[in-house]
Design a protein around this ligand. Structure first.
Ligand SMILES: Cc1ncc(COP(=O)(O)O)c(C=O)c1O
Length: 403
């Protein structure tokens, strides 16, 4: 078996990574240490799979970057991926190529919601879910998730009450959940689908975090019985799994023809036609050839998680990492910490030189949370955790000024 190298990181200056950019980080933390380690924006520092790099090099050297179309091979790669990774059979006509999951959410809102219509979100949730409604002058209904045994649970009574009383047009369901990494069980997914059907709410499932599994088994909404398929829109992309976010490619799977046509109409209105050339090549290669890279990447991240957990348990009084089943983004409850999340993020940037994500970036109910990004080498995670631990020891010992 080929062994992939996750210790050698890409040079993030070459792709102008936002996460590493001095001016972008300084806008958030003006006094950040110059040698900061960014554990915030959710992309990974690993080099993409060598198979993808080879395919992109061939394209690059060939020198033609003109107009293209979604190829048969691309469709087949999606169909095969779902069969081999999720044991789900999907039909070619259900698939629509898109230009990012977040743009797809905006397009969905434009297609299905009239002025004053709303979407329902279980919060906290990834910020752009709300922007899709807000940027289009539509409303957001939030239903806070419940915390039980260090994991989020859906507040079913509250979800049903809101659907019944406020009549949202769609629910944007994050599966697995970002920010906590929680995998929803098949029965939870079906329960949500049932409620959506009962109250005529379109069930929109975002499954971009489904490929990095740490614990348990992911169930796709596409595994539900056919009775639920007529009310389902599934959005995903290879971007989180294979670190291809900058190539701006994604897709939707919509089994119901009427819903699919209504969604596609908005594409036509905006004349969205030719896909991104490197995006299509990278994605096809990822789905055809890079299973093993993905599995090894998930194992590597699991080790980063162990390193992080060990540090947090030992040195970070008042911090508690929520149980996570997927992704590379631990969600840390700091409600019992000595400082609030903004103060912690600030001293970590300034004293430790580690940039962390703050709860503010998520929709509601995240006032006491920080998020880390473990998509980097063991050496970087060791260095970041060790720096943060030293800073936190100073906080606990009241040795920090300006706090
Ligand atoms: C839940 C969720 N959906 C969508 C995205 C973005 O996906 P894409 O790169 O396909 O636009 C992210 C990125 O962090 C995310 O966390």
């Amino acid at each position: 078996m080929k062994k992939y190298d996750f210790d050698t990181l890409a040079n993030r200056q070459i792709d102008n990574a936002r996460k590493w950019d001095q001016s972008i980080v300084k806008a958030k933390f003006p006094n950040v240490r110059k040698d900061f380690i960014p554990l915030w924006i959710a992309d990974m520092d690993f080099q993409a799979a060598p198979e993808i790099r080879t395919a992109l090099s061939e394209m690059s050297i060939n020198g033609a970057y003109g107009y293209t179309y979604p190829t048969e091979r691309w469709y087949q790669s999606v169909i095969d991926w779902y069969k081999k990774r999720h044991n789900v059979v999907i039909k070619k006509e259900w698939i629509t190529l898109g230009y990012g999951t977040v743009p797809n959410m905006h397009i969905l809102v434009q297609s299905f919601l009239d002025a004053n219509d709303s979407i329902l979100l279980n919060t906290p949730i990834y910020g752009p879910f709300a922007y899709a409604a807000e940027h289009n002058n539509r409303q957001v209904i939030t239903v806070p998730l419940l915390k039980h045994n260090n994991r989020y649970e859906i507040d079913w009574v509250n979800v049903e009450r809101n659907m019944k009383e406020k009549h949202p047009k769609a629910t944007f369901f994050c599966s697995p959940h970002n920010p906590s990494g929680r995998i929803w069980s098949k029965s939870e997914i079906i329960k949500m689908a049932e409620l959506c059907q009962k109250y005529h709410v379109l069930f929109v499932s975002d499954e971009v975090h489904s490929e990095h599994i740490i614990e348990g088994t992911f169930t796709s909404s596409l595994e539900m019985d056919s009775e639920y398929m007529d009310n389902l829109v599934m959005f995903t992309s290879p971007n989180k799994a294979f670190n291809l976010g900058g190539l701006k490619l994604s897709y939707s799977i919509i089994p119901n023809e009427t819903i699919r046509n209504q969604f596609r109409k908005q594409y036509t209105k905006n004349s969205v036609t030719s896909p991104n050339v490197p995006g299509q090549i990278a994605m096809t290669t990822a789905y055809e050839e890079c299973d093993e890279w993905l599995d090894q990447c998930a194992t590597y991240i699991k080790d980063n998680l162990e390193i992080t957990k060990t540090y947090i348990d030992k040195y970070f009084e008042g911090w508690k990492m929520m149980e996570m089943d997927s992704s590379y983004l631990p969600w840390i409850d700091v409600s019992k910490a000595k400082l609030d999340m903004h103060e912690i993020a600030k001293i970590m940037a300034e004293d430790a030189g580690v940039v962390v994500g703050i709860g503010d970036d998520y929709v509601s109910d995240a006032d006491d949370f920080l998020r880390l990004n473990l998509g980097t080498s063991h050496a970087v995670i060791e260095e970041a955790m060790s720096r943060m631990a030293k800073t936190w020891q100073k906080v606990i010992a009241n040795e920090m000024e300006n706090v």
